[in-house]
Design a protein. Sequence first.
Length: 495
Amino acid sequence: MNERQKRREEALQRKAQARARKAQAREQKLEVRRDRVEAKREQLEAKREQLEAIPTIHAGALEPEPVFGGEAYVIDLGAKDAPAVVLVHGVGDNAARDWDGLIPALLGSHRVIAFDLPGFGRSTKANEAYKPDSYVKFIKHVVDARLGRPFDLVGHSMGGAVAIGYAGTNPRDVERLIIADAAGILHRHAFGEYVMRLGIRGVPGWDAVTSDSRGSALGNALSGIVEAFAHKVIRPYFRVEPDPSTLFELEAARRRILGGDPLKISGLFLVSKNFGPAIASVRVPPLLVWGGEDRIAPLRTGVVLRSMLPGSRLEVLEGCGHVPMKDRAERFNELVAEWLAAPPRALELRTKGGPARGPVEHLRQVQGRTLGGEYERVVIDGCEGITLRGVRAGRIEITRSGVLLEECEIAGAETGLLIDTSRVKVTGGSISGEVAIRSSGQSDLDLAGTDIEGREAAVRSATESQVLFSVCPVRSPRSAGFLHGVYRASAAEDI
């Protein structure tokens, strides 16, 4: 063999060895994939066995449902002519089993209708757009097929928000309304624990929700691409941040970013919805039951609903977490039975008093004080940990301070609330004036369920600032409706 042939033979051998290495690498990758598929199959099998192991004390049946095009597991128990109560659960595959402790307490006096919402429990799970409005349509389908009369409605967590949506959309259907630890009412930037529980990754605009002491952000590599599109291409044309949920109308986006997971899909659509119009359309005051230690749906949400729905009753269960029907089952059942046994109620008329009369209250360099009562003016300067609860005032001035305002009525002739270089959180109540709120300096303003009327402007800021609104009814020459999101205000642009 000459030298040329030898070199050619060696080259062929090297190519053969390279092909063999590539084939071996491909086989190793396939083996890894097979292992992953097998591990996933085992996880799904274990999950199925776990679900089957949960005792089902109330039998139901699968039936076709037209909203998502699958099958839904529906429970219908009790005398057909008894007063009907419909139960709506929150996220999680426990689904209608969440009500196992309540249903026996109701069956002696009520017909009980419950179900596994599509995407959960024993109902069909698919990569669908599981929106609150679609769940409202699903409930309407279930009850219309069974009831031709008004009924009582109970909802927990996500189901609480959906129940509010149903009562607002179909007010004539609902005689009594009970909401337990409703999630998703506040704007997602107002709380982060619920979003973290969903395990959502790669969603634009969500990093800010979890960039606090709880740990790392939720985003991954995909979020950079999508967020750049949302914030550089879309956001400049809007005064409010873009809604990331619009992207997930697309099946491919739900599959690639959310893995087609119904829990993540439903949770994302839930915390992206503005429930302000639905709350305003509810015609019955609800019983609001809240765990005092709920970190998923903060008690602030209950205060917002109490403020926006006059005549409602807020019961706080101390030492209780997010699931009161399990954490405090006996007391929860008592509260539900009491509310359902009472005659149906109507919303109370919201009335505003005349001009606030009283002293001028000055708080300077004060730590940790709670204030109530009626004042001509309240001045807070250099304070921390101040809470104003149920205060009526003609004007409140806050400078270099951290203040919470809860269900306060501020009616100013010129300016209702004046803040300068302060952190202010306002829950419920109302603020009005020629300019309802004036802001200056580096101030942080978070408003939830607060009725705001500005005859010239709702918010006027001397500097570029962002204001967080959650389901706030706002009336001004610049804005009208329910503001829900992070809005920009500046010297050149009022809200």
